[in-house]
Write a protein that binds this ligand. Structure first.
Ligand code: RB5
Length: 142
């Protein structure tokens, strides 16, 4: 499995920690940056990650910024993307089970590293339920 990952400066430290965590699980990572804590603009990494997933280079991604909202707003401009913001394990499971989120968005300034790992694990371990939820996500593109 390959996962694309991106962050802005607020999410840089957490991105580096999650890369180590994912590598320990033998998951390959494509890192879209940013690559330092220097201030930058989150759309500059969100759009390339979204385009790569729309082009089916890989199926899922993780995006991290301070609140998660800038990343979610940018990513969800793409028709092939369902980016879900999660700050606890229950929400992480539900954005997969009900929304089939193909990008997990994390709010780095509001969760610690251990919580982020727990959220990521919950999202990865949950299956999309399909059924009535498929009908609903089919209506999202406009
Ligand atoms: C950066 O200061 C901050 O605005 C950004 O990480 C994010 O929270 C935006 O949505």
């Amino acid at each position: 499995m390959t996962i694309g990952i991106c962050c802005d400066h607020a999410g840089f430290d957490l991105k580096e920690e999650l890369k180590i965590f994912l590598q320990s699980k033998n998951i390959d990572i494509k890192d879209f940056g940013t690559h330092s804590k220097a201030s930058m603009d989150y759309p500059d990494v969100a759009h390339p990650l979204a385009i790569a997933i729309e082009n089916q280079e890989f199926n899922i991604g993780i995006a991290i910024c301070g609140t998660g909202n800038g990343m979610a707003m940018s990513l969800n401009k793409h028709k092939g993307i369902r980016a879900g913001l999660a700050w606890n394990e229950d929400i992480a499971s539900l954005i997969k089970a009900h929304n089939n989120a193909n990008i997990l968005v994390l709010p780095a300034r509001f969760i610690d590293e251990e919580k982020a790992k727990a959220i990521l694990t919950a999202w990865l371990d949950t299956e999309f339920e399909g059924g009535r939820h498929q009908k609903r996500i089919d209506k999202i593109p406009c």
